[in-house]
Design a binder for this molecule. Sequence first.
Ligand SMILES: NC(=O)c1ccc[n+]([C@@H]2O[C@H](COP(=O)([O-])OP(=O)(O)OC[C@H]3O[C@@H](n4cnc5c(N)ncnc54)[C@H](OP(=O)(O)O)[C@@H]3O)[C@@H](O)[C@H]2O)c1
Length: 317
Amino acid sequence: MFDTIYSIFFWIGFLAVVPYVILVIYGAYGCKEQDLKKKYNAKWALVTGGSSGIGAALVRKLAGQQLNVVIVALDDQLFKDFKAKIVQEFPSLEFRFVACDLSTASGDAYLDAIKAATNDIDIQILCNNAGFITTGCFADTAEKRNMANYHTNVTACLTLSHHFLNRMLDKGLKGLVTYTSSSAGFIPNPMGALYASTKDFLTTFAASIAAEHVEDGIDVLVIHPSPINSNFYSNAGKMSALLSAQKISSPPSVVADTVCRNAGKVVVADQGIITVLMKIGLTKVLDWNVFTEIMKLAIPFNGDYKAMKVRREIKRD
Ligand SMILES: NC(=O)c1ccc[n+]([C@@H]2O[C@H](COP(=O)([O-])OP(=O)(O)OC[C@H]3O[C@@H](n4cnc5c(N)ncnc54)[C@H](OP(=O)(O)O)[C@@H]3O)[C@@H](O)[C@H]2O)c1
């Protein structure tokens, strides 16, 4: 009897962890750099949030493979500076720049601008990368900010994916659609609820449509980066968990390298040791429901939460 129970638990543990670790090793070491231009017989890629951080690294990686790139980002100084730099770095390639805000509820304005910039070309590599985090309690954050965060992280990815997938399907083109998700979505994330939920959405969505398009020759890849040194942290507010993550961050190029290695090889790429340890430690050792209960018990001891309570008291007085 005891032997049977032991054997059942052994196999549950084994199946929960070992196939995952094999897949991670395959993605990290078994997949070699691929030429995406050749793989998809592509000329053009489009990267959202391509003006900085991971997006800029993706643009450089794709341009390094001789792909022309449409870069979509907010119309700010960063974008202007990046435009000047990238055309200098790759003088033989063509770039198109679409300055727009992806945070609107209706995608009409940015979709019109993106369509105008891409109607005469075939986008076969679409990188849904733009996104940001809002820290603090959901109820304390202005509704406008919450919804802008939601629309940037989720709505824009759906709008653009739908448009470009249909363009590829109508023309029978091969292609790649990527999503920059996050390990934040692995577990409940108090003080970052909206961010974690939007990233969880992206992962499930991407993993689901990956199967829908496998026979169309369109690959879908969702990436969970380990902490990456970018403006993400400067725009995030001073939350201690994020400040600690930034201290152990890697350069954005590691994500771009992962995309080139893993495209069409795996659907979910857990990039870097931090993401892998989080996946094993947080989702395989403890059940999600149990983790949720622990979060509830632990939150009063969290420094960021305590600071938020003080701010709320001051506001109330
Ligand atoms: N850094 C990390 O540790 C990390 C880890 C996991 C996942 N991620 C994800 O990786 C993605 C890229 O982030 P990053 O680290 O590279 O940060 P980043 O340097 O701040 O890049 C974010 C990009 O998205 C653009 N963007 C933000 N809001 C936008 C909007 N409303 N409309 C159009 N573009 C907008 C930004 O433009 P501006 O620069 O002009 O604002 C920027 O180009 C995000 O989805 C993020 O959630 C990051």
